[in-house]
Design a protein around this ligand. Structure first.
Ligand code: ADP
Ligand code: F6P
Length: 324
């Protein structure tokens, strides 16, 4: 039974990701097209508790689809991890006439969405994170842009690495996951790809690989290192000491979180934002929108948070083969 949804709130939470603005835009314009009102909550759950809430119109989201970051701002908020904070957040929603909420963020933000649902505010999560580490969906908003940003930077490092016949270690984001590293490793033709899901911390294997490749006449050696492993600078020093080959580390850092979203991120974000509004109108709550098997789907948040996924063995095997 669809409940009478009159006003929807939207917020972005946790680490920002390119494409979040496209999702915000889709929520606002879909909701208004369906006859609802929309309120934007600034700075995630912190902004909710501080009542930083603004009315949004179609023109509020003009000219933002191509912009990185989030026009609503995001933040982390410890108070919202407490039952009192969650209850107060729901009361603030009711006081502002917000019947439903769309939360754009990662799995931490979904815990907040669950809490809002438990406190009577129909809430839907969207997978907004560059990591691709949300198990219930094949795609997370921001991943494609982050990989392309990193790939273009790595191509530049590869040029100088070749000129100096060096070994280059490039550290990419991904929190505890290796999806960005694996994709960059394949896209940039890296000789070694270190991901938390598979790394055995045996640096001697890497050193042996470097020496072997140099004997085969390879003039550079590219190592993509996921931040979940990290320590790239000290790793570079150890490898140089062991091989005698100049080795340099580059930590790409926060550039991977920004930039104009790619078409893929803009389209997925737009479709998922619209889907979130439509399932709120259907009367659903406590769901996460995802993309699985070529379809936009919605999954119960608890079920989604309990799901696990592993990196593809086949992609790892092919990446290894192609680096030989
Ligand atoms: P992400 O959503 O990218 O995983 P975080 O894990 O930092 O980012 O979570 C973002 C925000 O979501 C936190 O600052 C907090 O306000 C809220 N949050 C995280 N975990 C919980 C939780 N267990 N219960 C309620 N709110 C939470
Ligand atoms: O979760 C996305 C992410 O960019 C991680 O890859 C990174 O380690 C972390 O956020 C950085 O968080 P913050 O923006 O709070 O420094």
């Amino acid at each position: 039974m669809a409940n009478k949804m009159e006003t929807i709130g939207v917020l972005t939470s946790g680490g920002d990701a390119p494409g979040m603005n496209a999702a915000i835009r889709a929520v606002v314009r879909t909701a208004i097209a369906r006859g609802l009102k929309v309120k934007g909550i600034k700075k995630g759950y912190m902004g909710l508790l501080n009542e930083e809430i603004i009315d949004m119109q179609p023109k509020s989201v003009s000219d933002i689809i191509q912009r990185g970051g989030t026009v609503l701002g995001t933040a982390r908020c410890l108070e919202f991890k407490t039952p009192e904070g969650q209850k107060r957040g729901a009361e603030i929603c009711r006081r502002h006439g917000i019947d439903g909420m769309v939360v754009i963020g990662g799995d931490g933000s979904y815990r907040g969405a669950q809490a809002l649902s438990r406190n009577g505010i129909h809430t839907i999560g969207l997978p907004g994170t560059i990591e691709l580490d949300i198990a219930c969906t094949d795609y997370t908003i921001g991943f494609d842009t982050a990989v392309n940003t990193a790939m273009e930077a790595i191509d530049k490092v590869k040029d100088t690495s070749s000129s100096h016949e060096r070994c280059s270690i490039i550290e990419v984001m991904g929190r505890h996951a290796g999806y960005i590293a694996l994709w960059c490793g394949i896209a940039n033709g890296a000789e070694d790809i270190l991901i938390p899901e598979r790394y055995n911390f045996n640096e001697q294997d890497i050193i042996n690989n470097i020496i072997e490749n140099r004997k085969k006449g390879k003039t550079h050696h590219l190592i993509i290192n996921a931040e979940g492993i990290g320590h790239s600078a000290s790793m570079a020093r150890r490898i140089e000491a062991a091989t005698g080959i100049e080795t340099r580390a580059t930590i790409l850092g926060y550039m991977q979180r920004g930039g104009s979203p790619t078409a893929k991120d803009r389209v997925y974000a737009s479709m998922m934002g619209a889907k979130a509004v439509d399932i709120l109108i259907e009367g659903k709550t406590n769901r996460v929108v995802g993309y699985r098997g070529g379809q936009y789907v919605d999954i119960d948040i608890e079920e989604a948070l309990n799901m696990t996924k592993d990196i593809s063995d086949y992609e790892c095997e092919v990446a290894r083969l192609l680096s030989l």
